[in-house]
Design a protein around this ligand. Structure first.
Ligand code: CA
Length: 233
């Protein structure tokens, strides 16, 4: 049995069955909710570690469920939705979701996302304090001394590249939207568009890849960026 409790929120019976059968095969403990109100109530009483959430629910919108749950819970929220517009994904991620899958989805992909989230939680639980050194495969960031190394080689980043890297590292596994990143790097109200973010990101990734050939940063076209853990590549 996996040491993880998953809340599945889905009003479509066949999809619910597909998800829960898969979870059962992989020995995950799960709870089911068929609407938003039930999801919020089960979330507060049973405190799941991870939530697989459909956005189109019969009572309240899935986005409202994210906002409500996120205001007091740190559970990982993975969206599984038929809404495939970039704007829908961005809204869900900005409301506090961690990742998303678009229907129709493969159960293998779903399991891969769950395992990635599980590793991220284990990593967060073992992390001792903020000043610790972040390690992800060949990459190491020493927050106290602003030192970034790849396979032991120090790499030189500009101040913005370093800030971007730290933001991605501190949210490893999570998909960060363009707007969310821009707000945190440049602050609200400063005119910086997605094009310049892309320029900084390209330069950062070029430096990271130079030593290792591995790209730890994943692009979500039209949405944003995500640092993935090396073992998930
Ligand atoms: Ca639905």
């Amino acid at each position: 049995m996996n040491d993880m409790k998953i809340l599945v929120v889905e009003d479509d019976r066949p999809v619910m069955n597909l998800i829960t059968t898969t979870l059962k095969i992989h020995e995950y403990e799960y709870i089911q909710a068929a609407n938003g109100a039930q999801a919020i109530s089960l979330c507060s009483s049973l405190n799941p570690d991870l939530i697989l959430l459909d956005l189109g629910l019969p009572d309240i919108d899935g986005i409202e469920v994210i906002r409500n749950v996120r205001s007091w819970s740190s559970a990982v929220i993975i969206i599984i939705s038929a809404r495939d517009e970039d704007s829908d994904k961005i809204e869900a991620l900005d409301a506090g979701a961690d990742d998303y899958l678009t229907k129709p989805f493969s159960v293998d992909e779903m399991m891969a996302r769950i395992r990635a989230a599980q590793r991220r939680m284990q990593y967060l639980n073992t992390k001792t304090d903020e000043s610790a050194v972040f390690v992800n495969g060949p990459l190491s960031i020493d927050y106290a001394s602003n030192l970034v190394t790849l396979n032991g080689n120090e790499i030189h980043l500009t101040s913005i590249e370093y800030k971007l890297l730290c933001l991605l590292a501190k949210n490893v596994g999570k998909v960060l939207t363009h707007t969310w990143i821009i707000d945190r790097i440049w602050g609200r109200g400063v005119y910086t568009d997605i094009v310049s973010l892309r320029v900084y990101m390209t330069s950062l990734r070029k430096k990271l890849k130079a030593y290792t050939g591995t790209d730890l940063i994943r692009t979500h076209i039209g949405i944003g960026y995500q640092m993935v853990r090396a073992e998930n590549i």
